[in-house]
Design a protein around this ligand. Structure first.
Ligand SMILES: [Zn+2]
Length: 68
């Protein structure tokens, strides 16, 4: 395999990754999977773009917490 081919391949992968990212941005919200710190139940949350932390109440035990 030539260097040219390898470069084209890596560029293609980067382009695909960027396309996936733009799809997430188009949807507006980011999905977060957060584990409850009290009972360990998985909670599916959605965050606004750029939002680092989401405050939520666990769907299982109602424990209020903020994602890391
Ligand atoms: Zn919980």
């Amino acid at each position: 395999m030539s260097k040219q081919k390898m470069r084209e391949e890596s560029e293609r992968l980067i382009r695909e990754a960027m396309e996936k990212k733009s799809i997430t941005i188009t949807q507006g919200k980011t999905r977060i999977e957060a584990k409850c710190g009290k009972c360990g139940a998985p909670n599916r949350l959605s965050a606004e773009p750029g939002q680092q932390r989401v405050t939520f109440a666990c769907k299982e035990c109602g424990h209020k917490q903020t994602t890391l």
